[in-house]
Ligand binder design. Structure first.
Ligand code: IVH
Length: 672
């Protein structure tokens, strides 16, 4: 490679990387994006393609690291240079006053003490090490002395800068809490519930589980964030107060919960804030389990020091857990769209911090045996981030001996078909092809927003459709007549017209909506979109071979198998045929000319002379093929221009067909 080209590429890489760092900071830390997601994606793609050409540019601080890297075999231990302490707890105002008096006694000459009050986020503690401003390590707390090295996973979290800004110290170890916002948690749990996957009890468990992934691409897919609350080690020791510390962290580009942290000039103010925060708790977008109170003056902190594993200068003022005790009256088995059977605890209604609760999630039968829970048991339930509360434990002292066990069902509670639990899965599934419960959930999903979006056809009408036996498959929706609709309760002319109009309009939904609406296992909105971009029609998707599917980087064996299983099922084939016959005509957004290159993967390399790389890629995509940046076993063709280097060599080594620019153009034009 000519040195000039190399420098130009380095320069371009540097520019794009800086832009990405900036936009990442605006989006994740400031919550003020300056460009759209699509524009960000475009920049990232550009960066990735430069790094494919110049792999030495893919350094640990490159924004490319945010998407995840090679899976690990295990986590290495990470020793903490300074122990990660824990906090002593206070449970009420009196405990807080004791804390204040203890400190004053210890410091004797101090009359009044200024504190800083911070929400105690309920997540996972981390230590982030920055050397000369670059993130070099992320570690969990572990036993306080040694944690686990989770650097790869931490790099995928958008709110954690890979490079600090401004006047940062050369050596810095930041401490903070990684957590997930409630909304993201609820969306993820809902998705998992619908897919029949095991749900998480609370955002903390989900955060911990996400950080424990050996494959950082999985962590990258979880919307985690951070709040930084302190410094472990720093080469700069000029900071005088904890408030200054937090302000500095923020100046260096780290995320700090600045809106919620508050100074308090004495312990009365601390207590007032404790009460106030307890009320605010219900409205915050994340879970907090208390308030951390810290002595603001750094010299005083130093003087106070620590005893065993907790500092004398800070305390965690805990909030009461949102727990109550009630009776488990029965267990209802719910059958989802995929046939997943989930046990739901029906409870004697009880008020848990202002919310009436009458059911709780039991998750699955592994959880039932872990809790050793029986019908008739007194249970402790907790509201912890999810819409549906959890059962924390059984109060075994209250047992009378008459409690009944909760056996895993052998038959579907609705259609009585056999139930099967696959190896490695936690949830049994109904195997009945015509299970009405599955049909009901499938209909709800099919009509919902983001799917076929049939306005007016909600849960209530779907229940009636099934009760009146007007539908027995998804396609039957399109057979409905005005007369049929008039059998419904409270149906008028206008409503019937609107409904028929909405049903008819849904026939023209984009392909991605249709793919999503089919409710294929593991195919959520995102994958439906990926598939619709890749496959120009339902027809070509239904014939996709596993090699073609696996060639897409978002798709792994589980998803590919699920798609193939769905499309090879004769019932599903009949359903699709019916839907198409009824005039359902999903369209791909992409301008696709043909599908001669369907599923074929092309890599362009070298300095192309007859067309730009982008043009080549567009040509491939217009014929249903896909352009990739790197050569692998999944590559079908490498198109090599002059000066092609390592990718050409790799193609030859793997036996991938190499085309000249002319060969490629001939191929494209003869195929049209
Ligand atoms: S200060 C020596 N501040 O609570 C100071 N901790 O046992 C130690 N936590 O798991 C921690 N929010 O990760 C501090 N604003 C905050 C916090 C906070 C949450 C967590 C921390 C640790 C536990 C303390």
């Amino acid at each position: 490679m000519a040195p000039a080209l190399l420098t130009a590429a380095h320069q371009q890489h540097h520019n794009i990387a800086q832009q990405l760092h900036h936009h990442n900071y605006c989006y994740h830390t400031l919550d003020q994006p300056e460009i759209s997601d699509a524009e960000y994606d475009q920049l990232l793609q550009k960066l990735l393609s430069i790094e494919e050409q110049f792999p030495e540019l893919a350094t640990p601080d490159s924004p490319s690291q945010r998407v995840g890297s090679q899976p690990l075999d295990g986590f290495s231990p990470a020793a903490h240079a300074k122990p990660m302490l824990s906090l002593e707890n206070a449970f009420d105002a009196e405990d807080l006053r004791d804390f204040d008096s203890r400190i004053k006694r210890f410091l004797s000459r101090v009359e009044n003490l200024e504190y800083l009050c911070e929400p105690k986020l309920d997540g996972v503690a981390v230590a982030l090490t920055y050397q000369r401003g670059k993130l070099i390590r992320g570690a969990t707390r572990g036993d306080g002395t040694t944690g686990e090295d989770i650097t790869q996973n931490v790099r995928t979290i958008g709110a954690i800068p890979l490079q600090l800004q401004g006047d940062y110290p050369q050596q810095l170890e930041v401490r903070g809490e990684i957590y997930m916002e409630l909304e993201a948690f609820q969306v993820l749990n809902k998705q998992r519930r619908e897919e029949g996957e095991a749900t998480f009890a609370n955002p903390r468990n989900l955060t911990a589980g996400s950080l424990r992934q050996l494959d950082s691409k999985l962590t990258a897919a979880r919307p985690l964030t951070i709040s930084c609350y302190g410094i472990g080690i720093s080469s700069d020791r000029t900071l005088k107060t904890h408030k200054e510390t937090l302000e500095s962290l923020q100046r260096w580009g780290l995320k700090v919960n600045s809106d919620m942290n508050q100074e308090a000039s004495n312990i009365d103010r601390v207590i007032a804030r404790y009460i106030e925060l307890q009320e605010l708790r219900e409205r915050l977008p994340y879970e907090i389990d208390g308030m951390v109170v810290k002595v603001n003056d750094c010299n005083l902190q130093q003087e106070l020091g620590e005893k065993s594993r907790t500092p004398r200068w800070a305390i965690a003022a805990k909030f009461p857990a949102r727990q109550e005790q009630t009776l488990l009256e029965s267990v209802q088995l719910q059958v989802g769209r995929t046939g997943a059977i989930t046990p739901v605890a029906k409870l004697k209604p009880i008020n848990v911090s202002g919310v009436m609760v009458s059911s709780a999630s039991l998750h699955n039968w592994d959880e039932i045996s872990r809790l050793d829970i029986h019908i008739g048991d007194t249970v402790i339930i907790e509201r912890a981030g999810d819409v549906i509360p959890n059962i924390v434990r059984v109060v075994t002292d209250n047992r009378s001996g008459k409690e009944k066990s909760i056996p895993e069902p052998k038959h579907c509670p609705i259609c009585h078909s056999p139930v099967h639990r696959e190896e490695g899965e936690v949830i049994p599934r109904c195997q009945g092809v015509n299970c009405p419960a599955k049909l009901k959930e499938s209909l709800k999903h099919f009509c919902s927003r983001g799917a076929m979006d049939i306005e007016g056809l909600g849960d209530r009408l779907i229940d009636q459709l099934l009760r009146l036996e007007l539908v027995s498959s998804l396609a039957d929706i399109y057979h409905l007549t005005r007369e049929d609709l008039f059998q419904f309760d409270r149906m008028g002319d206008k409503l019937a017209d609107n409904l028929l109009q909405a049903i008819s309009a849904s026939k023209q939904r984009p392909l991605e909506n249709f793919i999503f609406a089919l409710g294929i296992r593991h195919i959520g909105k995102h994958l439906a979109k990926v598939l619709s971009h890749q496959f120009s029609s339902l027809e070509s998707l239904s014939h996709a071979r596993s090699e073609q599917l696996l060639a897409l980087h978002e798709i792994g064996p589980q998803v590919s198998e699920s798609l193939i299983r769905f499309f090879s099922d004769t019932n599903n084939q009949a359903l699709l045929e019916d839907l198409l016959k009824e005039g359902v005509n999903p369209k791909s957004d992409e301008q696709v000319v043909g599908d001669q290159l369907q599923g074929q993967v092309f890599v362009f390399t070298g300095s192309l002379e007859q067309f730009s790389r982008k043009e080549g890629e567009t040509l491939v995509e217009a014929q249903g093929g896909r352009a990739s940046g790197s050569v692998s076993k999944k590559t079908d063709y490498v198109v090599a221009g002059p000066g092609a280097g390592s990718k050409l060599a790799k193609a030859e080594q793997l036996g991938v067909t190499v085309l000249s620019e002319n060969d490629f153009l001939k191929m494209i034009y003869s195929e049209q």
